[in-house]
Ligand binder design. Structure first.
Ligand SMILES: [Zn+2]
Length: 243
């Protein structure tokens, strides 16, 4: 039987201690950041843990207070060996910065991604369509829409552009997300924890990944080994733009 490689394509790994990270084992983790400080911390972690792919970014929730950090974060992205940009994006529901400003910053980040061949690890709550259209328009090659709960109709556009969505362990209790899992083609699916986080009583951590993989395999009528192989291949394609 082939080896099962677990992928956590969106994790705030800088919030865990070294001991906790060790306890996750060999899970391949895309570590995303919220601001300049956590971007630096994630890059540092990746030097100590070979299974961490470091992303640097400025979360849309932080745009109203940390926008002055953007230039420094961009510098980290191009000069410090980041695997990609994230967590970046837009949020129509919870971010305090006006949507127009969020989209302007996101467009700048897209341009940086295109210039440097970096993948984007994106939060797009309520703004899925704008994000996908902006990325296509600006020529972004590699995009992950994390914890996708957007319109089903957008899945085709996402697939046609060779972009990805990630499925979160909350899929077992979030019907909308389960609907996405059922409808989405396997070649656009990645797995994530978004840990550390607690969603309606469900603890989200990289340790939730084996259970999530079982759920995906059963929904897609695949063996766990087949599902994990497909997801790992997707993950390598997602990162590929940075290689
Ligand atoms: Zn996140």
């Amino acid at each position: 039987m082939s080896e099962v490689v677990l992928v956590d394509a969106h994790c705030h790994v800088h919030e865990y201690s070294d001991e906790e990270i060790k306890s996750f084992g060999n899970i391949r983790i895309a570590g995303v950041a919220m601001d300049y400080e956590s971007s630096g911390a994630t890059l540092e972690l990746a030097k100590r843990f070979r299974n961490i792919d470091p992303f640097v970014g400025l979360h849309p929730w932080n745009l109203h207070k940390n926008l002055d950090e953007l230039e420094n974060i961009k510098r980290l992205a191009v000069s410090c060996g980041a695997s990609g940009l994230g967590e970046v994006g837009v949020d129509l529901r919870f971010a305090r910065a006006p949507f127009k400003e969020q989209l302007k910053v996101f467009s700048e980040i897209c341009e940086l991604a295109v210039e440097n061949g970096l993948p984007l690890n994106v939060h797009a709550l309520g703004g899925w369509d704008s994000v996908v259209k902006t990325c296509i328009k600006l020529g972004v090659k590699s995009l992950l829409l994390h914890w996708y709960t957007g319109p089903l109709e957008l899945l085709k556009e996402i697939r046609d552009a060779s972009y990805f969505i990630s499925i979160n362990p909350a899929v077992t209790i979030q019907q909308k997300h389960m609907h996405i899992l059922r409808e989405a083609d396997m070649d656009i699916i990645l797995t994530e924890s978004d840990g550390p986080y607690n969603y309606r009583g469900v603890e989200l951590t990289p340790k939730s990944l084996p259970g999530l993989l079982n759920t995906i395999a059963s929904v897609k009528r695949l063996t766990v080994a087949e599902a994990s192989r497909l997801i790992y291949e997707n993950y390598l394609r997602f990162l590929g733009a940075s290689r």
